[in-house]
Write a protein that binds this ligand. Structure first.
Ligand SMILES: [Zn+2]
Length: 257
């Protein structure tokens, strides 16, 4: 294994993540929530930041850019082409199907509009790792700010179709415990969900992160990915409905939870 990932909490409930290629020494940060926290994490690992991979334009994912650029003047900053004007400072503009390189390892870009209109995910296919920003969370998904709800549903289906079950999913926030509280209102009898909720409570009580998750785990227990499942449709009184409409109902309920 030449690929190493280091995840650390920062700000109130964000995650910073570093991905390091030990073959070349290249290291990327996924998003820039807090420059000082990212710099400290990289220093603790003995890694020098070469790349920054931005998922979307929100301040809690981009506000560390100036501080990181000041610390690492050669930093190469990549991000969504569709949000280039809102983010600024991007050296590499990425669109669907492009690759983002970190030394000898590479991520395929998956466009996942919904949370923001230009949001992208980074899929390191060979390493079975995906950075999904604020699109997919453990037992949840991002709030839909910039597109119709059906667009977010299409993005989640795309991730579910593309990413093999064993793919490790890293997300922008530690929202899992509150997501679990909502998820059990939709599927109180889902055994996978119940045992996850217990494990999540144990981990949070111990001060541990609940991420990464896996796509298989999410498909089995994340209500936002399960809008096609008969038990989920029945739970919201929409048996036989269009899954996009079921997703919209679940997302709206969560917004008001
Ligand atoms: Zn966001």
């Amino acid at each position: 294994m030449t690929t190493h990932v280091h995840q650390f909490p920062c700000l109130k409930d964000n995650f910073g993540v570093l991905i390091h290629d030990s073959q070349t020494g290249a290291t990327a940060a996924i998003d820039a929530p807090d420059a000082d926290a990212v710099i400290a994490a990289a220093a603790a690992k003995g890694w020098d930041l070469t790349d920054l991979l931005i998922t979307h334009h929100h301040a809690d994912h981009t506000q560390g850019i100036p501080g990181l650029k000041a610390r690492y003047p050669k930093l190469r900053i990549a991000g969504p082409a569709k949000e280039a004007s809102r983010i600024g400072a991007l050296d590499v503009l990425l669109s669907e199907g492009d690759f983002a390189h970190v030394g000898d390892i590479a991520a395929k870009i998956i466009e996942t509009p919904g949370h923001t209109a230009g949001h992208i995910c980074y899929w390191f296919e060979e390493d079975a790792i995906a950075f999904c920003g604020d699109t997919l969370f453990a037992l949840g998904c991002g709030r839909v700010f910039e597109t119709p709800l059906s667009v977010m549903w299409d993005s989640l289906v795309k991730l579910a179709d593309r990413l093999p079950g064993e793919t490790e999913i890293y997300c922008g926030h530690e929202y899992t415990q509150s997501n679990a509280r909502f998820a059990v209102t939709i599927e109180p009898d889902n055994i996978v969900l119940k045992s996850r909720a217990e494990e999540i409570a144990r981990r949070r009580a111990a001060g541990e992160a609940t991420l990464p998750t896996t796509m298989a785990q999410e498909l089995a227990s994340n209500p936002f990915l399960r809008a096609e499942e008969p038990e989920v449709q029945a739970a919201v009184g929409m048996t036989g409905a269009d899954p996009a409409a079921v997703f919209a109902e679940i997302r709206t309920r969560k917004d008001n939870f």
